[in-house]
Write a protein that binds this ligand. Structure first.
Ligand SMILES: [Zn+2]
Length: 289
């Protein structure tokens, strides 16, 4: 009733009408500010709890033995993607690198005095321990087998090494970047001595029943079968296209391609700094006969 009377007065006295409408606008503005204040308070509280969570992650560390630098060390977690964010504070290795050296130390005793070749290494974590170590990178436009700036150029799909050259052949996260992995698997078996082994890491998807190419080469042109995904590359422009996604059938596939028998090692042991996603180590042995 009071509002009705005020509106009636306002319609008869214009200045009073302006006053009423300005008052209503201000009330609305105050309401808006109050809602905005609540929203900001909520935002501040969520940022604070996220900070706390990150701080807890940063604080998460443990003492253990690192198979890369061969000493007691502190492992520190710097984020929630353990695969890349669970570091040895001494050698800065990540879980899959420690896992591959753990498998070498436990299943290939004395491995560091064997003939070893590593394809496309991105660090010297393995080289630093070995007496008979060689490595290669792949420079696509250069002659295969040639030495480019002191580095041997090798295409995994057509290696230039003689048969039976190495005791161990190592690749770390390389097989997901090859267009013809069946050729690479076969070539690696060829250059291994009988009884030798290809020891390697590659991301194996958890819920993918069948391995599949993401890109393929047709008449020297790349045909993308899926959105292009890149990982880091130690040479070239620093980008390596993911050409294959491996799934549940990976071991059977690599066995068929290579003619060897593949064993998969799964380890979760924080006292060795081994934990995280996609850190399986695969070993394909070349038959002795
Ligand atoms: Zn270390």
């Amino acid at each position: 009733m009071r509002k009705h009377i005020l509106q009636k007065i306002a319609s008869k006295i214009p200045p009073f009408g302006r006053f009423i409408s300005e008052r209503d606008q201000m009330r609305e503005a105050i309401d808006q500010l109050s809602r905005e204040r609540c929203r900001l308070l909520e935002e501040v509280s969520s940022i604070t709890s996220e900070n706390l969570r990150l701080q807890q992650l940063l604080d998460e560390k443990n003492i253990g033995y690192c198979h890369c630098c061969r000493q007691q060390t502190t492992f520190v977690i710097t984020g929630n993607w353990l695969r890349d964010q669970y570091l040895c504070t001494n050698c800065l290795s990540i879980p899959r690198q420690r896992h591959i050296q753990y498998i070498l130390d436990t299943h290939f005793r004395g491995w560091d005095s064997l003939q070893i070749h590593e394809s496309s290494p991105s660090n010297d974590l393995i080289a630093r321990h070995c007496r008979h170590y060689s490595f290669s990178q792949y420079f696509e436009s250069e002659e295969e087998g040639a030495t480019i700036d002191g580095i041997r150029n090798e295409n995994l799909e057509s290696l230039t090494f003689p048969d039976d050259s190495f005791d161990l052949f190592i690749t770390q996260d390389v097989f997901e970047h090859i267009f013809f992995p069946h050729l690479a698997a076969k070539e690696i078996m060829r250059v291994l001595k009988p009884g030798g082994a290809h020891v390697f890491t590659v991301p194996k998807e958890k819920h993918l029943p069948g391995s599949r190419p993401r890109a393929r080469l047709v008449d020297s042109e790349i045909e993308y079968l899926d959105d292009p995904v890149y990982h880091g590359n130690p040479v070239g422009d620093g980008k390596a296209l993911v050409t294959w996604e491996y799934g549940d059938d990976f071991e059977a596939l690599i066995g068929r391609w290579s003619g060897g028998i593949t064993t998969t090692y799964v380890t979760r042991d924080r006292s060795l700094g081994i934990d995280g996603e996609y850190i399986e180590v695969f070993v394909t042995k070349k038959p002795r006969h």
